[in-house]
Design a protein around this ligand. Sequence first.
Ligand SMILES: Cc1cc2nc3c(=O)[nH]c(=O)nc-3n(C[C@H](O)[C@H](O)[C@H](O)COP(=O)(O)O)c2cc1C
Length: 311
Amino acid sequence: MMLNEILGTKYPIIQGGMANIATGEFAAAASNAGALGLIGIGGMNVDMLRDNIRICKEKTDKPFGVNLMLMHPEIDDMVAVVLESDVKFVTTGAGLPSKYMPDFKKKGIKVMPVVANVTFAKKMEDLGADLIIAEGTESGGHVGEMSTMALVPQVVDAVNIPVVAAGGIADSRQLVAAYALGAIGVQIGTCLLTSVECPIHENYKNAVIKAKDSDTVVTGRIAGTPVRILKNKMTREYIRLEKQGADVMELEKYTLGALRRAVFDGDIATGSVMAGQVAGMAKEIRPMEDILKDMYEGTAKVLEDVKSKLG
Ligand SMILES: Cc1cc2nc3c(=O)[nH]c(=O)nc-3n(C[C@H](O)[C@H](O)[C@H](O)COP(=O)(O)O)c2cc1C
């Protein structure tokens, strides 16, 4: 079964949860444009989640879901809101969803954990996950070590449930590549940051548009909290302190509230301007519908090119 059949969407594409960005309105726009829109609980409290689910339902009649960051301090209450809100899909990150699986199953909610290696993919399959989102280190936000190219086929070979590829996917060539690696569809984030509908500050959007291929860096590899961000004053200072052996609490001072500063205040010098390596491919601000349509419809031409090259 292809991803769009499983999700009931037009395209085999999931809009990845993005802390402080993926609101109910944004998720509804993604769903209306043909993807599975996800509301991200990162940066929300329980009331905000409830409101955002309501707003999403008001703005779309298409399927949508919720991205659950399992290390969220109010995660139990967040899950309770999801369970009472007739949400059909959840993605999970930063931990094991074991505790919640029986309730998700009872409600018929499809559980789609995001993983960065084969060990976690297998664990999630054992827990009863419906599909795996294998996310490579090219991705924006929290990342693992492995690249999408190396990770996805190894996860596909290791599990018996469908696999969705994430990390470094922004156009039809990369969508076709994800299929070639054995995925049934993709999850995207960075290429939607420059959509008209994305609620980030215009300075953030412009920073992504200006970014070159090598303008991202991963902070926190040493502290064990690796996050891919556009290089700026904050990342330079963070990495300097990290190399000097600063403790986690000291480093936290740099990141605490830093994403919100970039998203809401447009502070791209000391804010955390999270974005993936495909930021270098974003050239302009475009409606989400155009981004998704071009990505999907462009695959026919890419496949012709591939066939002609293979002879
Ligand atoms: C700004 C930003 C914030 C993100 N926040 C989250 C998050 O809160 N939860 C999560 O599971 N993934 C998060 N991600 C990862 C995305 O959901 C998605 O998997 C990723 O962006 C895909 O890779 P790409 O950035 O190369 O498209 C974030 C990504 C970005 C760019």
